[in-house]
Design a binder for this molecule. Sequence first.
Ligand SMILES: Nc1ncnc2c1ncn2[C@@H]1O[C@H](COP(=O)(O)OP(=O)(O)O)[C@@H](O)[C@H]1O
Ligand SMILES: [Mg+2]
Length: 410
Amino acid sequence: MVCALMDETGTLLEANAGFLRLIEAHSLADGRSNVARFFIQPNWKSLLKISGAADGEIYRGLLTLDDYMGKTRTLKAGVWHIHGQVRLVAEFDIAELEQLNDTVLGLNRSYALAEFALAQSNFKLETNARALEQSVSELQEANTQLSRMHNQLLQSEKLASIGILAAGVAHEINNPIGFVTSNFSTLKSYVYQLLTLVGAYEATDQLDLIEAMKTEIDLNWLKEDVVLLLDESQSGLDRVKHIVRSLNDFAKINDSEVCQPSDLHEGIECTLSVAWNKIKHQCELRKEYGELPAVMCVLPQINQVVLNLLTNAAQAIPGKGIVTIRTGHTADEVWIEISDTGQGMSPENIKHIFDPFYTTKPVGQGVGLGLPASLGIVERHHGRIDVQSECGNGSVFRVWLPLQQPTLST
Ligand SMILES: Nc1ncnc2c1ncn2[C@@H]1O[C@H](COP(=O)(O)OP(=O)(O)O)[C@@H](O)[C@H]1O
Ligand SMILES: [Mg+2]
């Protein structure tokens, strides 16, 4: 707000701070209190001329003033002529407003520019974040692949060393076991014959000496115990024989068998006829056979795999349960699946089932070579074994074999 009171010559009588700031008050301090020279458009003279003689409003509109710096300023003003005095009331300094407007416009422009730059860097940031995410997931993927490869490496290292060991052990044990087993069965029949002979002596019942000896050696107990001991030793020998056979499969000592087009269903039936008698009282068997083309394989070895899986399935069933054999094929692979309704396995358990000598079964029931031996056979056929299992929910073992063998390493 600008207010000022002047006489007709333009001498300033009174003014507010706004007016004084405009013309710079201290330039008036030297006695030059006449402000007529500041009025540019309309100038002082014409302003007073407009008025004529009568009192009242003499001007309303834009008034251009010179300020103390020699810059012009335009005000929206009203001027009155009352009793020989001139009164000025002005509202806005338009130049200042325009300047302000310019400043605001300028600010707006910089704001818009800043916003644009911000949006640009935001976009760049987002792109970077996406790239970062991508590389993190690539890294994770590479990491899992690495640890998988590491596991595979460990596994194959273990298999290789155990294979060499197994080959030696199997070879060393096989021969003596052969003649001990054969000697043993002869021995068994000798003992039976001796016991029969003793029976005959007992029947004659003539000699007091015999009676005394019978008491001394506790013949009744001995007769029972000898048979028990023989049976127990026999089953021990059988077990060793079984271990040797597994080791043999595992270390591929039996390389006399040939790879030829085979009917897997025939193989499964043959295996069942051998194995089923042992396990049938404990499980119901279901067969869901699909169509199977002839598969290039060493059939007795595949039979061994099926036998191992069937035995495991039956052993996993605590009371009574179901074992199911399924078969099927894709364009270039066939599969045999053996599932059971048994106790299943924990994830920790599954990690180790292909480790040689890993078993969760009591001594005498498992030696932990069934699955590693089976995997050895399947891998030599360029196939794989998939396992799905949950604690308490049974297990599914699926053996995949290619229809054709590139070069079978028996
Ligand atoms: N069908 C199955 N259900 C539950 N556990 C199984 C099954 N098959 C294998 N396993 C687990 O894998 C282990 C290793 O099996 P395997 O190599 O055949 O040795 P073994 O039968 O002599 O223990 C078993 O001790 C058992 O813990
Ligand atoms: Mg087993």
